[in-house]
Design a protein around this ligand. Structure first.
Ligand SMILES: [Zn+2]
Ligand SMILES: [Zn+2]
Length: 90
């Protein structure tokens, strides 16, 4: 999966790690990689924003609790679909 540009870390890898990135669960080396990628990759940045908004939303709906695993999977799947749709549009 990629947006057509070359990146040191490919888009699929970034999207896999974006949850951990938002949760601050990545080591600083990985954080730099993701940040750099989001800097140069519009589609991933959009997904990151979407992801972060969804997470806030989920957080709000179940205060202090982690989202159920199923919901997390569904959101992740939806985000992957959006990424694919964005790719097929151009
Ligand atoms: Zn990307
Ligand atoms: Zn890209």
């Amino acid at each position: 999966m990629s947006c057509g540009n070359h990146h040191d870390v490919d888009c699929g890898e970034v999207l896999k790690r974006v949850y951990s990135f938002i949760d601050n669960e990545l080591g600083s080396a990985s954080v730099d990689e993701i940040r750099q990628h989001l800097d140069e990759c519009g589609p991933c940045l959009e997904q990151f924003d979407l992801e972060r908004s969804l997470k806030k939303l989920v957080h709000r709906s179940c205060t202090g609790e982690h989202a159920p695993e199923g919901l997390r999977e569904r959101i992740l799947l939806r985000i992957t679909q959006i990424h694919v749709e964005m790719r097929t549009q151009d």
